[in-house]
Design a protein around this ligand. Structure first.
Ligand SMILES: Nc1ncnc2c1ncn2[C@@H]1O[C@H](COP(=O)(O)OP(=O)(O)OP(=O)(O)O)[C@@H](O)[C@H]1O
Ligand SMILES: Nc1ccn([C@H]2C[C@H](O)[C@@H](COP(=O)(O)O)O2)c(=O)n1
Length: 419
């Protein structure tokens, strides 16, 4: 751990730090020399309060994401109640995969002893970089003090940096790490993640046995493959079942049936592992499509558009404008994944969608509940759906009756797939 921490510290002063306070990111950089200007985020911190940051620095990415998820629970459990924990990250501007994640602490308790004891213990046992922040005598200038990772006594290092306000980067920092962490663009990249965690997640080994032995890039079935996408309760099941009956087409799903017993387990895992699970689900479904598509047209309920759109919308916090711009490489179709002939995106007014959800009254995944509560998240998922290319989706308004929606999609299929 100390080696990885030292490597990070070697470019420390080139890093930008982002702290999410009340859902909004505040950026700061650090300098070895003070060149004027204070830092206004910290200006809000009253005199007696102390600030700390913890950044997870394991060199092993499975351990890193697992520990990052555990760390929040650990902090909330062990810190004094008057200590706030906010998400934070640090990155090298425009450098892919340079993002490290962690938490920012604001401690309002009378004495620093209890929080600093916890931080020292973490530093000794866990892959974290700890910094404390102090206010200068003038009350304006703040300094950052990285704690020595090599020293088991965990005293502060003699090096200190001046904290400076930084402008928001042109692209949201999470876009630096979406590729092959949140969204996978090849079978092999997703497979590697599950393989690496099979010692800690027994279900991952079972999935390895279900994976296709080889993935054929560019292979196309003889018959058309029609994918139906959309947020939950937009009418995918209703429509896909009607299409199955009308076209005499097999109806497949992603994730496929064989992954259903493992799905709840992976839904609890950090993004890297969870998204690898869904990515691999698409390849298993693609293999089934390949088999069925030699005999008849195939209908698929959710596919890669869903995997990528939900992952991108979750990775990028804040408003829709934080999403990677249209045309960005994050929206490109994986080159080794079967390309459907037509992807239909069902869209629905949020109130009508809520009404249908209520009427249906089924339990929902956490991500689906999030869709209900969080308008921004819903808008980001829909926008990400629209930006995915190769194939792009064709949007269909799903608010008319089920029969009208069915006929509308049937027309599209006739036009595009000549069925
Ligand atoms: N066009 C429609 N008009 C009115 N109600 C509809 C329409 N299509 C579907 N419904 C109803 O809305 C509810 C949600 O539909 P459905 O289960 O097909 O959505 P879904 O997209 O498959 O959801 P999920 O992704 O959560 O499985 C169901 O109760 C269904 O009967
Ligand atoms: N191909 C897929 C299918 C689903 N997901 C994820 C995205 C949501 O979290 C959830 C929605 O699925 P549903 O409950 O409607 O079956 O599953 C995905 O990432 N990729």
């Amino acid at each position: 751990m100390a080696r990885r921490a030292m490597a990070l510290l070697s470019r420390w002063s080139s890093r930008v730090f982002s702290v999410e306070l009340n859902g909004a990111p505040f950026y700061f950089s650090i300098q070895e020399q003070h060149r004027g200007g204070g830092f206004w985020v910290f200006a809000e911190v009253p005199d007696r309060h102390r600030c700390y940051s913890l950044l997870v620095c394991s060199g092993d990415r499975i351990k890193r994401v697992k520990f990052h998820a555990e760390l929040r629970e650990k902090l909330l459990r062990a810190l004094p109640p008057d200590c706030d924990v906010s998400p934070m990250s640090s990155f090298l501007p425009n450098v892919k995969d340079s993002v490290i994640k962690g938490y920012f602490l604001t401690d309002r308790s009378e004495s620093p002893h209890s929080s600093e004891r916890l931080l020292r213990d973490l530093l000794r046992q866990d892959p974290v970089l700890v910094c404390s922040y102090s206010r200068g005598e003038d009350g304006q200038v703040w300094t950052q003090h990285p704690w020595s990772p090599a020293d088991s006594q965990a005293t502060k290092m003699s090096k200190m940096y001046y904290v400076m306000h930084a402008e928001a980067p042109e692209y949201h920092p999470s876009t630096l790490s979406i590729i092959n962490s949140d969204v996978f663009y090849s079978f092999e990249e997703a497979r590697k993640v599950l393989e690496k965690c099979s010692d800690i997640i027994p279900e991952a080994s079972s999935i390895m046995d279900l994976l296709p032995s080889r993935v054929e890039a560019g292979s196309k079935p003889d018959f058309p493959v029609i994918v139906i996408e959309g947020l939950d309760a937009t009418g995918k099941t209703t429509l896909t079942e009607s299409l199955r009956d009308a076209l005499g087409a097999p109806l497949l799903r992603s994730p496929p049936q064989c992954l259903s017993p493992m799905r709840a387990r992976f839904d609890q895992e950090p993004s890297l592992i969870r998204r690898a699970f869904y990515a691999l689900g698409n390849y298993i479904t693609a293999e089934e499509v390949g088999r069925e598509g030699g005999k008849a047209p195939v209908i698929v309920d959710r596919f890669w558009h869903s995997t990528a759109a939900y992952a991108i919308a979750t990775a990028v916090s804040g408003p829709v404008c934080n999403l990677p711009a249209e045309g960005s490489e994050v929206y490109r179709w994986p080159s080794d994944l079967l390309q459907p002939s037509l992807v239909v995106l069902l869209t629905l007014d949020p109130e009508e969608r809520k009404r249908r959800l209520r009427d249906r009254g089924q339990t929902k995944t956490e991500e689906e509940q999030e869709l209900d509560h969080n308008r921004l998240f819903r808008l980001k998922v829909e926008e990400a759906y629209r930006r995915i290319s190769g194939p792009a989706c064709v949007t269909v308004d799903a608010s008319p009756s089920a029969d009208q929606v069915f006929r509308q999609v049937q027309l599209l299929i006739r036009g595009k797939c000549h069925l």
